[in-house]
Design a protein around this ligand. Sequence first.
Ligand SMILES: *Cc1c(COP(=O)(O)O)cnc(C)c1O
Length: 499
Amino acid sequence: MSLQYRSTRDLKANTISASEAILKGLSADGGLYVPTSIPKIDFDLSELPGFSYKELAFRILKLFYTDFSENELRKCIEHAYGDTFDTNLIAPLSFHGETGYLELFHGPTIAFKDIALQLLPHLMTTAAQKNHLQNKIVILTATSGDTGKAAMEGFADVDGTKIIVFYPKDGVSFIQEQQMLTQKGKNTFIFAVDGNFDVAQTNVKKLLNNEELSRELADNNYQFSSANSINIGRLFPQVVYYFYAYAQMVKQKKITLGSAINFSVPTGNFGDILAGYYAKKMGLPINKLLCASNKNNVLTEFFNEGVYDRNRPFYVTSSPSMDILVSSNLERLLFYINNEDVQATTELMAQLNEHGKYTISSEIKNSLSDFFAAFADEDQTASEISRIYKLDGSVIDPHTAVASYVAKIYEERHSDSTIPTVVISTASPYKFPQSVLIGLHDPAAFESGFIALQALKKKSNLAFPKAIEQLLSKQGSRAKKIISSSDMKKAVKGILFKK
Ligand SMILES: *Cc1c(COP(=O)(O)O)cnc(C)c1O
């Protein structure tokens, strides 16, 4: 039987197709969809360096999206990875010192979420056709800054869709907020929520699972879906670039074919790094996945102590896309380390829901050996930005700096290892100019976002990407709409059901 999807919380193990899972986003029982088995790659590793990004995307994604025809999948990929990226490599690999940096910020919103979100709308509209959907799709998304913009950019003016984005009112950078407020598209809607990202995300999940609201939507020919990284349409496009990074390491003669490498991944919702875990299980030679956190180091504690405890202060940091205390995608990892035991996974998630905390047994903890976890606090993040600048004059963004710092810690602790590390570089430094300038001890760090942008350009000699040029030229910014977190449902109804 070909690969299907089931929920991490469904004891009966009911299955649905990939296209259905893409349309649903989250399972009705609150669980996340996982494939009935993790596929192995069906090509030889030696073929990897010969694949273009698009060809590789096709080879990987056809293993997951098994009910899409070859033609459908190729068309989606063709639409996604075209000229909205500023390089046809899509994900180029650069080096600072001996360490590789996989640059995932060459898309329209200059952060790595473009890689999945340029593709998702096409997967979703194709899935809607395949399933003879009559309803309009309503994308409901909570964002810590990057997802919201990237999702709106992907869905803007896509027929048969509307997208509603919620972001924490004080939790995103100036540039991130400006990017969202200047979004085009009659079908895009944005609200600033009085609360942090976890509040916004928890409420979005509640809305997605609210049966009464779903019925009301259906009565008006709508249905919800999710563009958050819990959607399998987001998750698996991210597997592709792990393979692509490996291929470039071989091509640039940094490794020989078949030898293992590490990836250091700046982690928030655990989507990006989980894609790396899938890549490893599919047959990519990965030694360790380095789970890099900022001061909100709930995951560092989980990997090192076996305790997940969200009862802790929440910090707004210079890497806001990682300011998360409830990492949604970790549920999928729990499912795997518990040997796909639905009951055990459900119980852990219930504990998290009730007590904000759970502990895994030492036996289960042993199966976390694919990972190494550490974090960078704010000073360490800033000093890492400075270290790279002194090394070769390059500027890296704070999220990348967190992963770069953790890669350094790993190397210090394994000084005898010859295994190279690739840092996943998730955003352009221009997305967070003030934080980057703090790392560079530049007083313009304390100026407005626009002045900071110019100062960073001077310091880095890096041309502005298209996204920034547009931001600087674009007028007609929308007004910021702030709502209370308890009014999110009202806001959704106001958009969908107005007479
Ligand atoms: C979303 C994001 C991350 C974290 O990715 P997750 O999949 O949530 O772990 C890291 N860096 C940037 C720039 C992001 O936008």
